[in-house]
Ligand binder design. Structure first.
Ligand code: ZN
Length: 114
C-alpha cells in the first residue's frame, strides 16, 4: 500500500466516522445555530448562498428556505437538520484533502437557473 493510498483510506475513515454517525451531533451536546450562520460554508461548497433557496426534507416533506435548517456544529462535521422533524438533511465534513457532502436528506435543493 502506497503512502497516498494510506492517506486516502485515513481520509475516508474520518469522513465516514462523521457522515455515517450523525447522532454524534445530537442536539443535546452540539452547538445549535440556524443555517444562516453557515451561509459562508454553504456558498463555498455549492457556489451559491443556499440560505434563501428552497429545500425539501426527504423525511417529512417540508419545503423551506435553507436558512431555516438547524445547524449542529462543533463535532467532526456540520449537520443541517430539518426544523420540523429534526432529521439530518445535509451533512458536511471537511478533511485536509476534501469536503464531503451527504445531502440524501434533501429530496431536492432548488438553485436559481441562469
Ligand atoms: Zn423534516
Amino acid at each position: 500500500m502506497t503512502d497516498d493510498t494510506r492517506w486516502r483510506n485515513e481520509e475516508m475513515r474520518l469522513a465516514d466516522a462523521a457522515i455515517g454517525r450523525p447522532e454524534e451531533l445530537a442536539p443535546a451536546d452540539a452547538l445549535v445555530l440556524d443555517a444562516n450562520a453557515m451561509a459562508g460554508l454553504l456558498e463555498e461548497i455549492f457556489g451559491w448562498d443556499l440560505t434563501a433557496e428552497l429545500a425539501r426534507c426527504t423525511y417529512c416533506g417540508t419545503v423551506a428556505a435553507g436558512g431555516t435548517l438547524l445547524a449542529f456544529a462543533g463535532g467532526p462535521g456540520t449537520v443541517l437538520r430539518c426544523s420540523v422533524c429534526h432529521e439530518a438533511v445535509i451533512r458536511i465534513v471537511r478533511t485536509p484533502e476534501a469536503i464531503y457532502v451527504d445531502a440524501r436528506g434533501a429530496a431536492f435543493l432548488r438553485l436559481p437557473g441562469s
